[in-house]
Design a protein around this ligand. Sequence first.
Ligand SMILES: [Mn+2]
Length: 354
Amino acid sequence: MRIKALKKSCETRQLDAYLITDLKNIYYFTGFLDIAGAALRLLVPRDGSATLFVPPLSYEAARATAGNCLVEAVPKGVKPVTHLCRELTARHLDVVGFDDLPLAQYLQLTADGTSSSIRHWPRLVADLRRVKDAQEVELMKQAAALTDAGARAGMEWVRAGVREYEVAAEIEYAMRRRGSEGAAFETVVASGPRSAHPHGVASDRVIMRGDAVVLDLGAVYRGYRSDITRTVFVGEPSPQQAAVLQVVMEAHDDAFHAMRGGVEARVVDERARRIFAAKGLDQYFIHGLGHGVGLDIHEAPTLSPDSVDVLAAGNVVTDEPGLYLPGFGVRIEDTVLIHAESGEKLTRTEYVTG
Ligand SMILES: [Mn+2]
């Protein structure tokens, strides 16, 4: 089905073929995940079978797991890009779109290597990937459940005297031992003044009483990622901390309730921004509301003031408003599946401990 959809996109854009080198895109179309990061190329002609070209070492593994395509080993001693040039010429593929190529290979392909004209059109695949099918939704639910386990572990481990990296280790261990393939991105544990930075990965800082602690983490299940953020306070929060948490939760909920198919992504972002503006705090909301999630932790669509994306059923996006004040920050994030009439939270950890 996915290959068929790609061929249809090729037809619309009058491409003879599409060339895929991004390993996640290859996994998306064939189910073959090469953790060794081998140089793989999936060539999808508009007419005819897709072919996955693999180095000899990956041949048996690819034959065993890659679906929807033929598998061919690049002959020993032949550079993959040289081989590709020959294939494009031999198959008379004149206009070829591609997702990604190292610069050196691009130059070789465009210089004297082939008669084909090649065009960088990454959106062809990105547009397919942003709408998750039923099988993908199932995997993303699993990833979200593992992510919830990590978030709960993190919230339990935050206390005075513990270092940030210890909390990060407990988060990742909790996810890993339940079946996560790793961290979806570098785990954020940002305490005290560090919580005022949106991307404070865990440091050796000792967490202290009175700290705000931002935990931003995600699990991976069969390649699919999930994303959650919770902010906890060590001890009783100050009135200012409690008030900021309250308004961030309000912005998060308001944006969530605006999420559905057909809504402009910037309008959803605007909902959160308005809540902050009403309290005179919008200058402290220094990033977009969210982003698409799937095989990549950041993918289409984007939820921000200048986004031109429109949400559609099957999108999976984050809802992550935050306020970064002098001294401390608060962010709350969930991963949300978009339906025609509503959003559905895939991550479900309670906002606060206790
Ligand atoms: Mn995120």
